[in-house]
Design a protein around this ligand. Structure first.
Ligand SMILES: NC(=O)c1ccc[n+]([C@@H]2O[C@H](COP(=O)([O-])OP(=O)(O)OC[C@H]3O[C@@H](n4cnc5c(N)ncnc54)[C@H](OP(=O)(O)O)[C@@H]3O)[C@@H](O)[C@H]2O)c1
Length: 250
């Protein structure tokens, strides 16, 4: 169905990266797009550029998102806000675990609870959840991040069951590495971070992910694109580690 059949969208994590690109794309399609993130200045710039409605709000602010869900009948919900912290669970601290669970999972559940019943009632809507390849594959990274994204993966599948019989679609987007600010946010905005994650790599851009989301939303109403994995051509998950006790592994 043409994206223009929808009227309103909420995009979380809209102040940079994938979220900002999705806002730009949906605004170009003529939707009333509500852009949510904490950084008011970045949102104001985005709003000036695109006409989006800015909401400088922490996605974990339950009263704030409750008000937003009450005030606007959203046709599209893009659960994109996400954070990560370096290190495995062996290095994790309590605050880091709480933060990732609160932003990556709890807020997604709360927004779903607050917004999706209205979509079901109106028999129209589209939920787009941005998880990660970390939801499906194991690799050296942050264990809590993997766990929260795997939960978003299962939520996306379960939501389709909850919505069975309604014309409300659910799409999970699983990006591999995308050239955004996330690496600066997680590891510090330094030349070392850029060299490790960005410089010299041929990576998908945030706009490429926004294009995939627009494709899923623009699919005919009878078509639910449930899951899209998008990786750099020169990135692949997988591997198997085995070692003899007390000896270095291969
Ligand atoms: N880039 C990648 O390689 C990659 C790969 C796989 C999955 N992803 C996922 O893609 C999504 C977008 O990430 P990105 O790469 O675009 O990174 P990004 O540039 O760091 O964007 C993250 C966004 O989330 C917002 N955010 C963080 N905490 C928030 C909070 N408490 N309340 C409201 N907004 C909050 C940030 O805005 P404020 O700081 O202004 O609040 C920002 O707009 C995330 O869910 C991430 O896990 C990214």
């Amino acid at each position: 169905m043409p994206i223009s059949d929808y009227k309103t969208a909420l995009v979380t994590g809209a102040s940079s990266g994938i979220g900002a690109a999705v806002v730009e794309r949906l605004c170009r399609e003529g939707l009333e797009v509500h852009a949510l993130a904490r950084r008011a200045d970045a949102l104001a710039q985005l709003a000036g550029r695109t006409g989006a409605v800015p909401h400088a709000l922490d996605v974990t602010d339950l009263d704030g998102i409750r008000r937003l869900a009450r005030d606007v009948a959203f046709d599209i919900l893009v659960n994109n806000a996400g954070v990560d912290r370096p290190g495995s669970i062996l290095q994790a601290d309590a605050a880091g675990i709480d933060l990732l669970v609160d932003v990556n999972l709890r807020a997604v559940l709360q927004l779903t609870r607050l917004i999706v019943p209205g979509m079901a009632e109106r028999n129209r809507g589209h939920v787009v959840n941005i998880s990660s390849i970390a939801a499906a594959y194991n690799f050296g990274g942050n264990t809590t991040y993997h766990a929260t994204k795997a939960a978003v993966h299962m939520l996306s599948r379960q939501l389709r069951i909850d919505l069975f019989g309604k014309m409300v679609r659910v799409t999970e987007i699983c990006p591999g590495r995308v050239a955004t600010e996330i690496f600066a946010h997680v590891h510090g905005d330094t030349a070392e971070t850029r060299a490790r994650f960005l410089d010299g790599f041929a990576l998908p851009l945030a706009s490429d992910i926004a294009d995939a989301i627009a494709f899923a939303i623009a699919a005919p109403a009878a078509v639910n694109i449930g899951h899209i994995e998008i990786m750099p051509t020169l990135q692949v998950p997988g591997g198997l580690s085995t070692m003899r006790a007390g000896q270095p592994g291969d």
